[in-house]
Design a protein around this ligand. Structure first.
Ligand SMILES: Cc1cc2nc3c(=O)[nH]c(=O)nc-3n(C[C@H](O)[C@H](O)[C@H](O)COP(=O)(O)OP(=O)(O)OC[C@H]3O[C@@H](n4cnc5c(N)ncnc54)[C@H](O)[C@@H]3O)c2cc1C
Length: 465
């Protein structure tokens, strides 16, 4: 991207460099110029955080059970065709990733080793140590860097889409390098605004955790694409379907995200305590009910968190089974062998988003949405563990394949917007954030799930409009 110019032309513009954005780039035609922009550095995407793994249908006889587990988790509100496409394409995707050098943990005979998580009736999750997301995304990134037609530009954020008559022409991009560390500084175009024209745009901006005070997501994921969809009348779906995790490590550090204190810690016997050190709840209640109980207790106690006591788990088991949790708490000043740790429910995943069809096409022409920012209904009301990396990549590939097959240059023209409208970043962020949060509240008025609504209303937000 040439920073001397305010107007840039590329063939396909991808917003976001997580697993969804990167795999789309790799499946677009090699003779087209692909520009991937990302708000911060490449590693600051949730794709790098996924620990558990990625589901794969290994044995055809597991199809019905995997399908049922996904639907049960989604409260049977899932789009069945999306679920079918995701499951049926999982093996091909896994093989492709292996071809790119991704190391999934294997058994001695060389076959894949599968693990299991909550909601799964059998082990069907591929993993690599507890850094599966990093392993996958790094390999996609390495491959993208080898392709001469793909340019990845860090510290550039999309601040608007160029849309006329329900057709997308590109995006308005603002330099975000003021957020870069000294060592990362590659340019000094702080705040510079550019217009990027493209034949197609793919939105791959991830989740909305940055709109919440407590979230496991990186703070730069603020649902910008969803806000722009609302502003430009692009269809959204299940906009209020947010997954909340009941127990994450409480932190007051603004730039920090909440670290997950895995459900299996409670499964192994950890207890939840109120401000007086008294147990107040059955720790093994379903996630949503437990979250509501914790939030209720915090309100009663007037606290920002409750406590989780891991001393009920034998020391050796804690060390061998949960080394990362032990280490993280220690770094934050807590010795889990001697004292309880502060935990709080936090926003974790976004099932809703920009409505897309099975090829990830939005309601706007030449505009696609993939990954966590898109909603093809695959997760229904609640995501089954380890289905999101898979879903993100399967449907991001579909977007790229459809664009490749039906590629047509954009020949129409659009009047340039007034770029001074994008100068005040803080104001824009607030407007966009409030737009999404307001839409969630609006949708909640028509949702009959009282417990889910209660939880959503009590999870603190960054903006209170
Ligand atoms: C702690 C944690 C653990 C998880 N574990 C698992 C797991 O084990 N298995 C699983 O399947 N899923 C897991 N998930 C979910 C999964 O990681 C995500 O759903 C998935 O990685 C989303 O990929 P993505 O490409 O859509 O978004 P991301 O990887 O989040 O990438 C979004 C990109 O968009 C960029 N961006 C955002 N806004 C803008 C803008 N305005 N302009 C330019 N760029 C922008 C960001 O900088 C980033 O590059 C986990 C999530 C978390 C938070």
């Amino acid at each position: 991207m040439n920073n001397e110019n305010d107007i840039i032309k590329t063939d396909v513009l991808i917003i976001g460099s997580g697993c969804a954005g990167l795999i789309s780039a790799l499946h677009l035609p090699k003779d087209k110029k692909i520009t991937v922009i990302t708000k911060r550095n490449v590693e600051r995407s949730d794709s790098f955080l996924a620990q558990g793994g990625m589901c794969m249908l290994d044995d055809e006889s597991d199809y019905d059970a995997y399908f049922e587990d996904t639907l049960k988790s989604g409260h049977y509100e899932n789009d069945k065709k999306s679920v079918e496409l995701m499951i049926k394409n999982s093996k091909e995707l896994a093989e492709e990733l292996v071809g790119l050098g991704v190391r999934f943990t294997r058994n001695e005979d060389g076959s894949f080793d599968f693990t299991r998580e909550g909601g799964h009736s059998k082990p069907r999750i591929l993993f690599y140590k507890d850094i599966t997301g990093r392993e996958i995304t790094e390999k996609l990134w390495e491959e993208a860097k080898k392709r001469p037609n793909i340019e990845i530009v860090e510290y550039k954020k999309m601040v608007d889409l160029l849309i006329k008559d329900n057709e997308c022409f590109g995006a308005v991009i603002k330099d975000n390098s003021e957020r870069a560390t000294e060592e990362e500084f590659v340019n000094r175009d702080h705040g510079k605004i550019s217009v990027v024209f493209a034949d197609y745009v793919i939105l791959a901006t991830g989740g909305i955790g940055g709109l919440y005070v407590n979230s496991t997501n990186f703070r730069n994921l603020t649902g910008d694409a969803v806000a722009l969809a609302l502003i430009h009348d692009i269809k959204t779906k299940d906009i209020n379907y947010i997954q909340v995790h009941p127990t994450t490590f409480f932190t007051e550090e603004v730039e920090d995200r909440n670290f997950l204190i895995s459900e299996s810690v409670r499964g192994e016997g950890a207890k939840l305590l109120d401000k007086n050190g008294e147990r107040f709840v059955d720790e093994l209640l379903p996630r949503d009910i437990l979250t509501a109980k914790i939030l209720e207790q915090m309100e009663k106690d007037g606290t920002k968190h409750v406590w989780e006591d891991l001393r009920t788990i034998p020391e050796e088991e804690l060390k061998s089974h949960f080394p990362n949790i032990v280490r993280h708490c220690k770094e934050k000043g807590y010795d889990v062998f001697k004292e309880p740790i502060p935990v709080v429910p936090a926003q974790h995943y976004y099932m809703g988003g920009i409505a897309v069809n099975y090829n990830s096409k939005t309601s706007c022409d030449r505009l696609y949405a993939v990954g966590e920012t898109a909603c093809n209904g695959v997760h229904g009301k609640n995501r089954l563990a380890s289905n999101s990396l898979l879903e993100s990549m399967v449907f991001a590939k579909n977007a790229a394949l459809e664009i490749s097959e039906s590629y047509k240059e954009q020949r129409s023209e659009i009047t340039l917007p007034d770029l001074s409208l994008y100068e005040d970043s803080e104001k824009l962020e607030r407007i966009y954030g409030e737009k999404v949060l307001r839409a969630i509240d609006e949708a909640d008025k028509y949702d009959n799930d009282e417990n889910a609504k209660l939880v959503r209303s009590k999870i603190s937000r960054k903006y209170n409009y």
